[in-house]
Ligand binder design. Structure first.
Ligand code: PLP
Length: 385
């Protein structure tokens, strides 16, 4: 099928929630993608921080192959080994409590919202401006962005959005607060790290009022910032984290991971999901977690992140660079969507724009110096336009 035939099918048959670029990808390996005409692309977006180990990592592919031919699904009415082993490894590598599996980031946040409300027996959830927590009703209600929320009112009650400032946040938390939910590094709003002071203020306010501090690590977790979890670099330990995106090595899985205090709040019948933690996605995630929880790989993320940030600073039209590890954004003095399109169609470099002048780069965590140089060369050409 040609690209124009696919576009025709999209127009006639697909609900138009996405503005797709005019490229059909048919194969991926490591940091590279190939389109239907055989052109090779360098992928510095990773399906929005999903294929963080590169496309089709052999160990993830092998884990999926081995499992998919043996048993694909049984439901959560029975035991399967991959989910139990994954839960044990996830909790041991982070907050030491327990895990609820689901299928996406939004669902992980839904589970977190239900858990914190049940734990406190009261409802308010405090979030900050610029946050993105997903598109389902609870997660959307926690995403204070007019354009995303307004068409879908009424939203879920009991969400309060404040400026991402320590004083505003501390004032918003009181005895009725069930939780503060924060992305340590806001992804969709353009890679903005929340300040250490804000995170500390959230921790203190939650401790004072018996509320839970939840970090949404759906985009910034799983090694993206150079430690397995982003909170490790903040000096603040949350009571729970939500995960998805890179967790499945390319397959869809989400998780809520608690610390010890919140591990037993949800009981049989409180929550569930038919596909959650199925053996194939759990086997893929176990392989992905084993590969990512590796000091050598994480040191590489920090080293190559610094290298990429330095290179970006030297490019024309780049005003500033921000981010941590391999979660980076640059502010441009030209329109970012046009640069993204030229990079894709003329230079065969995949990245995206999170705003009118903001480029976001999320390359594979396994990227090397040579591919960084090559991406910088292609991006320079796209910027020079
Ligand atoms: N939370 C964060 C920080 C995200 O970046 C995203 C997606 O971009 C979500 C939640 C929602 O995840 P999903 O699209 O898997 O529902």
């Amino acid at each position: 099928m040609t690209l124009s035939e696919l576009q025709q099918l999209e127009r006639s048959s697909v609900i138009a929630t996405y503005a797709r670029q005019p490229v059909e990808f048919v194969r991926g390996e490591g940091a590279r993608l190939w389109d239907a005409e055989g052109n090779e692309y360098l992928d510095f977006l990773c399906g929005i921080s999903v294929t963080s180990l590169g496309h089709c990592h052999p160990r993830v592919v092998e884990a999926v192959r081995e499992q998919v031919g043996r048993l694909m699904h049984t439901s959560n009415l029975f035991y399967t080994e991959p989910a139990m082993r994954l839960a044990e490894r996830l909790a041991a590598s982070s907050l030491g409590g327990k895990v609820f599996f689901c299928n996406s980031g939004a669902e992980a946040n839904e589970a977190a919202i239900k858990l914190v409300r049940k734990a406190k027996r009261t409802g308010d959830v405090v979030v900050v401006h610029g946050a993105f927590h997903g598109r389902t009703y609870g997660a959307l209600s926690a995403t204070p962005q007019e354009s995303k929320q307004a068409p879908f009112a009424p939203l879920v009650p009991g969400f309060r959005a404040v400026a991402p400032e320590p004083r505003a946040l501390a004032q918003a938390v009181d005895g009725h607060t069930a939780a503060v939910v924060l992305e340590p590094i806001q992804g969709e709003s353009g890679v903005h790290a929340l300040s250490e002071e804000l995170l500390q203020a959230a921790r203190s306010a939650c401790d004072e009022h018996g509320a839970a501090l939840v970090f949404d690590e759906i985009q910034c977790g799983m090694g993206r910032t150079g430690t397995l979890w982003a909170y490790e670099q903040t000096g603040v330990t949350p009571d729970a984290i939500t995960l998805a995106k890179a967790l499945g090595g390319g397959l869809p899985i989400g998780a809520l991971v608690t610390g010890l205090r919140l591990g037993d709040v949800l009981q049989p019948g409180d929550h569930g999901s038919t596909f959650a933690g199925g053996p194939v996605v759990a086997a893929a995630a176990l392989a992905a977690l084993e590969l990512t929880d590796d000091p050598g790989l994480l040191a590489g993320v920090r080293e190559h992140g610094a290298m990429l940030a330095e290179g970006l600073e030297r490019l024309p039209h780049v005003v500033s660079v921000r981010g941590r590890g391999l979660m980076l954004a640059c502010e441009l003095d030209v329109e970012a969507p046009a640069v993204v399109r030229r990079a894709l169609l003329e230079q065969r470099l995949v990245l995206n724009a999170t705003g009118p002048t903001t480029l976001r780069l999320l390359p594979p965590l396994t990227i090397g110096a040579q591919d960084i140089d090559e991406a910088l060369r292609r991006l320079r050409a796209a910027l020079e336009g």
